[in-house]
Each structure stands twice: as structure tokens, then as C-alpha cells.
Design a protein around this ligand. Structure first.
Ligand SMILES: *Cc1c(COP(=O)(O)O)cnc(C)c1O
Length: 196
């Protein structure tokens, strides 16, 4: 995750081999992607909420995966705009597994209402994204990540929709997430310890 640092440090991170870069704010992602236009191997990950009026510019970037599709509305809006631009946008569906109402993401129930819409022209749904609740002990986080994997397995079985990617795990719980089957972890603060 490059979301905590400026363009210069983001470039340093990239030069260290971190070519997958995560941002929580669309405008910052645009800015940095622009600065990185001479580094075509950079791959961008949007992990924060994508407001409707920011969709057009975000999906037009060369390499961006939207992790944070948190409602059917957002999914449809991305699909519609992608069709207008003749694109297929890779996305993940964000699920709120912690039950924490303050958290973003769809409940497992609303997720299961969205799945029957797939496949949907304009988007390629690659998997699920989830966060453990704030301040969750690692062993509880592990259980929540296991629930995400089970949810994915249930969906695959019930709807025959493959959701290969599981984006879960942050600085404090990435080991638990990997043990639970994460295919992508989103590590931020750990990368910069001692720097700030
Ligand atoms: C900030 C953020 C991360 C990284 O968090 P750290 O604890 O700093 O590693 C991961 N995922 C999301 C959705 C975030 O907003």
C-alpha cells in the first residue's frame, strides 16, 4: 500500500520491487498513476470507496483493480461506464464479514443477491475483498478470514461463479489471512516502520 506516502516514496517503494501499489483515494491514485506513466509495470489497486463521479477517470487508467465495490449500485455504475469506454474493468466485491456496522462492504446476504447478476458486461469480478474488524485480535481475525473463504466456496458451489482472488489481511493480520487462503494481502504501515 502506497497510500501513506508521497510520490517520491512511492517511487522508492516501486524501485524496491513493490510494483503493486494500493491507494485509498481515487484522486491520489490518478495523480500517482500519472507520475508513473513511464513505468508500465506498475499495477494499481483502489482499496477505498469509489464515488460515482470518480468512476470514469479511475477505470480508464491502464492497470487498476478496484477492491472496494461495496454495493450493487457501484457495481452497475462501473459496468455501465466501462461499456461506454469499451472496457472490462477487473473488480473485487467487498464483503463486511466482521458484522461491524461502521465498516464498508456488503453483508453476505446482499452479496448473494448481487452474484446472480454475473457475468455482467463491463466488469470482470475476480473475487472478494474483506477486512477484519478494527482492533480484532489476530485469532478472531483468522476466523473472520475463514468465513470469507467459506462464503466464497459456498457461492462458487451454489452459483457456479468462480471468485479466485481473496484480498484480505493487513499489517497486523496478514499471516492469519494467508493461512486462511488470501491470494492478495494489503500491507501498508509495516512497510514504513522506522521511516516515520
Ligand atoms: C489502509 C488499508 C490497508 C493497510 O493497512 P495497514 O494496517 O496499514 O497495513 C489495507 N486495506 C485497506 C482497505 C486499508 O484502508
Amino acid at each position: 500500500m502506497s497510500k501513506y506516502v508521497d510520490v517520491e516514496l512511492t517511487q522508492a517503494l516501486f524501485d524496491c520491487g513493490c510494483t503493486n501499489l494500493g491507494e485509498s483515494r481515487p484522486q491520489i491514485l490518478w495523480q500517482k498513476a500519472d507520475q508513473f506513466s513511464d513505468r508500465p509495470t506498475a499495477a494499481w489497486h483502489l482499496i477505498g470507496h469509489l464515488q460515482r463521479n470518480k468512476i470514469r477517470r479511475t477505470i480508464g487508467l491502464p492497470s487498476v483493480l478496484v477492491h472496494s465495490v461495496d454495493s450493487q449500485r457501484t457495481l452497475n455504475a462501473i459496468a455501465d461506464e466501462s461499456k461506454l469506454q469499451n472496457l472490462t474493468t477487473p473488480i473485487l466485491l467487498e464483503v463486511n464479514i466482521s458484522g461491524d456496522k461502521a465498516k464498508t462492504g456488503m453483508t453476505p446476504e446482499s452479496l448473494k443477491q448481487v452474484i446472480p447478476l454475473l457475468p455482467l458486461d463491463g466488469v470482470q469480478v475476480r473475487g472478494l475483498m474483506a477486512m477484519a474488524g478494527w482492533g480484532t485480535e489476530p485469532h478472531i481475525a483468522r476466523k473472520q478470514f475463514d468465513q470469507v473463504r467459506h462464503l466464497r466456496d459456498d457461492i462458487t458451489e451454489e452459483f457456479d461463479v468462480p471468485l479466485a482472488e481473496l484480498s484480505m489481511g493487513m499489517s497486523g493480520d496478514f499471516a492469519q489471512a494467508i493461512a486462511a487462503g488470501a491470494t492478495m494481502v494489503r500491507i501498508g504501515s509495516r512497510l514504513f516502520e522506522g521511516l516515520r
